[in-house]
Write a new protein. Structure first.
Length: 518
């Protein structure tokens, strides 16, 4: 019998803070399930969710502004413990008759919190002064009635407050970020002690719950999964294989635009090690044919996306027993696509793997990772026995090397790029730098430059190396790799690949550049 691991849960109400997802991840790291709902959710939906505790996130607005986001009416009367962080604390102050002072200047970065009143939130913290991370404009200037101040900083005389009987707490600083030295302890006090949540949310329990759900949903039907070699589809494959064994069929479309030997590795892992039915479709030539003559990045992306769908569907339709399509959607995709519905954002690049497949196949979709954050996906992947190389691999774009060869894609260029990329990645791994950067790869530039190798002139192509550090891939900095390390890679690439005469290192940040070159 699987325990009801969602019985104890926390709800984050999101007011638009960049840290909202981080709060939820921190709660889950404590072993307690946590979801995020937007601030304009109805009180009925919040009650239906029946959380043991509620966290009000920070946000970019000012509580005093007309039309500023507010909590659903009646939230403070649900008799559920509430923790307000930053904007969330200002909402508490407003609601209970305190005063919020508008910012004349922002307080951003480290501050020292002086804890002078014991609040349940600070239980077990021996030091009277701890480092905290601030990121706010407005602050609470008058305590609401019945509340007490638990801590202050130089710039915020009311940096932590609580109500002695109502179980309502406010923090001006961010306990969810690692810069707040006792942040984890503070959140643990709230979640485990104040809200009395038990820690049932762990890899083993998540897996058994998921297996039960999959079995209940699909019964004796067969399920199709598109394997890409990436983390998410790999974990879905391992999970489904454990749940329904031979009822799972995977299709792996090798588009010929993968990293060196990647196709073979995927087959080796899933077919040989896991005994999963994987159909590999070697379609490199189709993709090359469709890319012929295309030099515009968007045309190339669209061609690759369309060919992928055509081939995948052709394979899928061959097996009439298939009644379900599995997908590796994860929780941030769910939150973001909900948020994007009304977005007027410009399309910078069309990512072909977003949306798409289900409609074409007219099959119901099964998404076993849709409640999980990426770090949780990796943890359950480890528990299921997937290799570290697959789980901790840098992200790789759907159109693959197709967008790392500038201009027209040719078979010769793919081979050269695969070799150069392989040298770079293997050197990063052996130098202990692979896990220190967020993403690294080589780019093929179809321009020629002069070099001299031995006594002869070499007039050949250029390789650019790119390595970035980023948290969310929305913004990124070029990684500062040791110069001697870059020189060694450059020498190896030029010496070992006769078609290359020059290697450069890309130092552009995002924005204004993007991570991929196309
Ligand atoms: P950009 O180049 O937009 O990339 O800064 C941000 C991140 O997204 C990856 N990327 C893709 N991933 N399909 C994907 O699955 C795509 O078409 C695609 N294009 C870019 C990129 O590698 C980086 O991690």
């Amino acid at each position: 019998m699987v325990k009801d691991i969602l019985k104890h849960k926390i709800l984050v109400i999101d007011f638009g803070s960049q840290y909202s997802q981080l709060i939820a991840r921190r709660v889950r790291e404590l072993g307690v399930y946590c979801e995020i709902l937007p601030y304009n959710s109805s009180l009925t939906s919040i009650k239906a969710y029946s959380p043991q505790g509620i966290i009000l996130s920070g946000g970019p607005e000012t509580v005093k502004k007309k039309g500023a986001p507010k909590v659903p009416k009646g939230l403070f009367h649900l008799n559920i413990p509430i923790l307000g962080i930053c904007y969330g604390m200002q909402l508490i102050a407003e609601e209970f008759g305190g005063k919020v002072e508008l910012a004349t200047k922002r307080e951003f970065g480290h501050a020292s919190l002086n804890i002078f009143k014991s609040s349940y939130l600070f239980k077990g913290i021996k030091k009277r002064s701890i480092d905290v991370w601030m990121s706010h404009g407005d602050h609470v200037s008058k305590l609401p009635k019945g509340f007490k101040i638990a801590g202050k900083t130089t710039n915020s005389p009311i940096a932590a407050l609580f109500h002695p009987t109502k179980k309502i707490f406010g923090l001006q600083f961010h306990p969810e970020v690692t810069h707040t030295s006792q942040g984890k302890r503070i959140l643990k006090n709230f979640v485990k002690d104040i809200c009395q949540c038990k820690g049932l949310w762990n890899s083993k329990n998540i897996i058994s719950r998921s297996i039960n759900e999959i079995r209940d949903a699909v019964g004796k039907d067969e399920v199709l999964l598109g394997l890409s070699g990436g983390v998410d589809s790999a974990v879905v494959a391992a999970l489904l294989s454990k749940a329904i064994g031979k009822q799972l069929t995977c299709v792996f479309v090798d588009n010929g635009l993968l990293r060196l030997n990647e196709g073979d590795q995927v087959m080796e892992t899933f077919k040989k090690k896991f005994g999963i039915k994987v159909k590999r479709v070697n379609a490199g030539n189709y993709f090359l044919k469709d890319l012929k003559g295309k030099i515009d990045p968007e045309d190339k992306r669209k061609a690759i996306g369309k060919t992928f769908i055509d081939i995948f569907l052709k394979e899928a339709r061959k097996n009439k027993k298939i009644k379900w399509l599995a997908q590796g959607t994860i929780y941030p995709d769910v939150i973001e696509s909900a948020g994007k519905e009304k977005s007027a954002a410009h399309v910078i690049k069309s990512h072909h793997n977003v949306g798409g497949l289900p409609d074409y196949l007219n099959l119901p979709v099964i998404e076993p990772l849709k409640d999980l954050f990426k770090d949780e996906v990796r943890k359950i992947g480890l528990e299921l026995g997937l290799p570290h190389e697959i789980l901790f691999r840098h992200p790789f774009p759907g159109p693959g090397l197709g967008v790392r060869i500038l201009g027209e894609v040719k078979k010769e260029y793919i081979r050269i790029l695969q070799l150069a990329d392989d040298i770079f990645i293997k050197e990063l791994i052996s130098g202990g730098l692979y896990d220190k950067v967020s993403q690294a790869f080589a780019v093929f530039l179809p321009v020629k430059s002069v070099g001299v190798v031995g006594d002869s002139r070499r007039y050949k192509y250029v390789i650019a190396l790119r390595a970035v550090e980023t948290i969310d891939f929305m913004t990124a900095n070029s990684a500062t790799l040791p110069h001697a390390f870059l020189e060694r890679i450059s020498n190896r690439i030029i010496n070992e690949i006769p078609e290359i005469s020059r290697v450069t290192y890309d130092i552009s940040s995002k924005p204004p550049a993007t991570i991929e070159w196309e």
